[in-house]
Design a protein around this ligand. Structure first.
Ligand SMILES: *Cc1c(COP(=O)(O)O)cnc(C)c1O
Length: 368
């Protein structure tokens, strides 16, 4: 079976982890935490990095830091991971959804403004599968309505929007370093911001809001979202190779696009203002193939190709419907993507031969 994803761990990561074990710095203090935070923030072109235990925690902490009132609203795409909506819900806020752009699959920026209300406090754009959201018009709406921008860049390490790195485009931005992400620490995440006071608040919130002036005295409710030095040690090694990792992804994307041309499949795009990093190479079945994503995945699996389905919109999720959220909402583009889309093996360890075999299997299933 050709796996959908495999991380690529190098020598530096291994040596760094050995150092942690040898010196005993295996918990959430140690040099690798600081170095990883600085290296990743610098790569993204942002002042401050606050490492956390995973990407979902990064989002939750970023929303927490905004000090919202219960019932405040955050506008986000329906087509994303559950972590985005949960970050709002766990902080007493209400996720408000918009449908996707049919080509980039990211949130349709033209539909944001119609969802702004007097309770709106933030917009949470998510760069999906490696392609950036169209951030300039989004920023213009945010500025006009005085909304914070919480950027979810967990699928877009190294991607650029009009030359600027994803992760530098929000007031606060969030990354995941889960095993299938372009930079991984096994489990891990980071929040980035240029705002020094906000960074301080994020550091406090990540560490249970311990106070410097009096130990075990708490005036605010925080979280334990700490990353370990061992995880940061892996991350630092990865960041040192980021240009190579991104180049591999972009080459893989270009190769798939070439190999899969002329089939009844919608392939990822790259807008002229974007550099797509093809975190996952998604394909969407066209009308008239007689297949949906489930049967397509089954047939590919029979041919030794592992795939993963696309996201299912938040407005379709029982966990939120049961809470009275999104009643009666329809988001037709997201619904179509959820039923017709999947992603092909896209890992950093994927070889050209494996990629050729995937393309061959896809052609066979689609009868071309
Ligand atoms: C992976 C991911 C997350 C969550 O990251 P975890 O580290 O798995 O908690 C958040 N947002 C997006 C868009 C993701 O792809």
């Amino acid at each position: 079976m050709i796996p959908v994803n495999e991380p690529l761990i190098g020598e530096a990561e291994s040596a760094n982890v050995q150092e942690c074990l040898r010196t005993g710095w295996i918990s959430s203090a140690g040099r690798f935490i600081d170095e990883f935070e600085h290296a990743w923030a610098a790569y993204c072109g942002v002042e401050h990095g606050v490492a956390v235990s995973n990407g979902s925690a990064a989002l939750e902490l970023a929303v927490w830091a905004l000090e919202l009132e219960p019932g405040d609203e955050i506008i986000m795409p329906t087509f994303t991971i559950v972590s985005c909506a949960l970050a709002a819900v766990y902080n007493g806020a209400v996720p408000v959804l918009v449908d996707c752009d049919p080509e980039t699959w990211c949130m349709d920026v033209a539909r944001i403004e119609e969802r702004v209300t007097p309770r709106t406090r933030a917009i949470m754009p998510v760069h999906l599968y490696g392609h950036p959201v169209d951030m300039d018009p989004l920023r213009e709406i945010a500025d006009r309505h005085r909304l914070a921008v919480i950027e979810d860049a967990a699928e877009a390490h190294g991607a650029t929007y009009r030359g600027a790195r994803c992760g530098s485009l929000g007031d606060v931005s969030c990354f995941s370093f889960y095993a299938n992400k372009i930079v991984t620490t096994g489990e891990g995440g980071m929040v980035l911001t240029d705002d020094a006071a906000l960074a301080e608040r994020l550091r406090s919130g990540r560490n249970l809001c311990f106070r410097d002036d009096r130990r075990f005295w708490h005036t605010e409710a925080g979280h334990n979202f700490r990353l370990t030095n061992v995880q940061a040690a892996i991350g630092l090694g990865q960041v040192e190779r980021i240009d190579e990792l991104v180049a591999r992804k972009r080459r893989m994307g270009a190769r798939y696009t070439e190999l899969l041309g002329g089939l009844p499949l919608q392939l990822p795009v790259e807008r002229e203002w974007a550099e797509n990093v093809y975190w996952m190479y998604g394909v969407v079945l066209a009308e008239g193939t007689g297949l949906d994503a489930v049967s397509f995945a089954e047939r590919l699996a029979e041919r030794g190709v592992q795939t993963r389905p696309f996201f299912i919109g938040m407005h379709e999720q029982p966990v939120f419907r049961d809470r009275g959220l999104f009643a009666g909402e329809r988001h037709p583009v997201a619904e179509r993507l959820a039923r017709q889309g999947l992603y092909l093996p896209s890992g950093l360890a994927l070889t050209d031969d494996q990629q050729d075999a995937v393309a061959e299997a896809v052609r066979e299933v689609l009868g071309r």
